[in-house]
Design a protein around this ligand. Structure first.
Ligand SMILES: [Zn+2]
Ligand SMILES: [Zn+2]
Length: 196
């Protein structure tokens, strides 16, 4: 049987943000998806602003979150909608928002954001690398820093994007910013996107 590509859809949502923030996020994600579809990763994602029909309910869940896993599950339930693959959602928000506090509760070391069960939260504003880092988590990439010792950089590649607190200054150009392990994890993800 011919193999069929399943594209991962990743919604993004700006919680109480200006139009310029929306453009920043949209541009960052378009650039990331263009890069991801080329070698060495060849991961296909489609990024899209969360449709209006879901936004109000999702916003309520984000602002009233008391447990990030429950919030992630509730959001998945709302946005899954007969899609072949569970879509992910990246939320861009201020660090004092409820959902940013919840993601830190789940992972106290993650000051700039985090990812739980398909819900990625970025609360470090105007940092494209923070957006890319969290979206790569949605695609199976793990952190390359040691959360016990807080050793911030990737052992294999100092410019790896999966380092702690990634910035444009500390991250190498694409694809050098993908260490061997991260590349493998994304390639494994790409392989899983094909189903017979
Ligand atoms: Zn991370
Ligand atoms: Zn790495």
């Amino acid at each position: 049987m011919e193999k069929r590509l399943k594209i991962r859809r990743i919604y993004w949502y700006c919680l109480d943000m200006s139009d310029s923030s929306k453009k920043f996020v949209s541009d960052a994600l378009r650039e990331l998806s263009d890069k991801l579809k080329q070698p060495p990763t060849e991961v296909a994602i489609m990024t899209e602003e969360l449709p209006d029909k879901h936004a109000e309910k999702v916003s309520q869940l984000l602002c009233g979150s008391e447990n990030i896993s429950c919030t992630a599950a509730s959001i998945s339930y709302i946005i899954v909608n007969g899609l072949e693959l569970l879509p992910g959602l990246m939320v861009y928000c201020r660090e004092d928002s409820t959902i940013a506090q919840e993601v830190r509760k789940a992972n106290p070391k993650a000051l700039w954001g985090g990812q739980v069960d398909g819900l990625a939260v970025v609360c470090e504003l105007n940092n494209k690398m923070a957006i890319w880092h969290e979206v790569l988590h949605l695609l199976g990439a793990d952190d390359c820093y040691d959360s016990q010792t807080e050793k911030g950089t990737c052992e294999k590649a100092p410019g790896c994007i999966m380092q702690y607190a990634a910035t444009e200054e500390s991250v190498a150009d694409w694809p050098e910013c993908l260490c061997a392990r991260t590349t493998k994890q994304l390639r494994d993800y790409a392989r899983r996107q094909f189903s017979s």
